[in-house]
Ligand binder design. Structure first.
Ligand SMILES: [Zn+2]
Length: 236
């Protein structure tokens, strides 16, 4: 009887090991799939952290570098989504941000509503060589079926947001920072602007501390340069 029980226990142990062997790779597969899924409303932010993506243009190249450097020194991964014409004029250096592990997003060559353009014109806006990112944030967040068709054909991902502090709308950068600290959730991606919130880079530190008090982390920069062709996840 004792021997039988012993054998039965051994059998159970073997069954448990086999089950663990079968199920743990399955779990790994499902989490790998989650990282492979691109979510347009969070723009490469696929975890529980908060991502800020700064659009448009900075007041100067000096201010642009200050924003990226402050993010980098404080271990905060941000996105920058400039218009190509500001890269051409030298006010934005995408590789300065890439070299520091930041997310670089195309915002069209000009700041025009893609929904007012024809297929070829939209394609022109997102294939200028200045930014050359496979993430594109359409100006004003305006897109339609034609825009999405261009994106699909050109291998671009639509980079939207799920939190809008409206930093351009008569708010001080401090008020916009407060809005983010109060309203961001785990997994929020906020649309902000280099020429508004981005003019006061130290507010990144304020936001990081404020969110930490609510138990929310910000994205981190990559420890290596980010590529032009980004994977579906920038921040996990
Ligand atoms: Zn914009």
């Amino acid at each position: 009887m004792r021997v039988t029980l012993f054998r039965f226990s051994l059998f159970l142990v073997v069954v448990l090991f086999v089950a663990a062997g079968i199920f743990s790779p399955l779990n790994n597969v499902s989490s790998a799939n989650a990282a492979d899924q691109y979510n347009p409303s969070t723009c490469g932010n696929n975890g529980k952290k908060v991502l800020l993506v700064f659009d448009d243009y900075p007041p100067s190249l000096k201010k642009f570098k200050a924003l990226v450097r402050t993010a980098h020194r404080n271990n905060i991964g941000i996105g920058i989504a400039p218009n190509g014409k500001y890269v051409k004029s030298g006010r934005v250096k995408p590789n300065f941000a890439r070299d520091r592990g930041m997310l670089v997003v195309d915002h069209g060559y000009e700041h025009v509503k893609f929904t007012t353009l024809k297929y070829k014109q939209i394609a022109w806006q997102v294939t200028r060589p200045q930014i050359d990112s496979n993430y594109v944030r359409p100006p004003y967040g305006a897109y339609n079926d034609t825009v999405l068709k261009v994106f699909k054909n050109k291998g671009k991902r639509n980079c939207m947001w799920n939190l809008d502090p409206r930093d351009w709308d008569g708010k001080t950068p401090e008020q916009a920072a407060k809005f983010i600290i109060k309203n961001a959730k785990k997994g929020s991606t906020a649309v902000v602007h280099m020429n508004h919130l981005g003019t006061k880079p130290n507010l990144l530190i304020t936001i990081k501390k404020g969110l930490a008090k609510r138990g929310i982390k910000m994205c981190k920069p990559w420890t290596k340069p980010t590529p032009h062709k980004l994977p579906p996840t920038y921040c996990s």
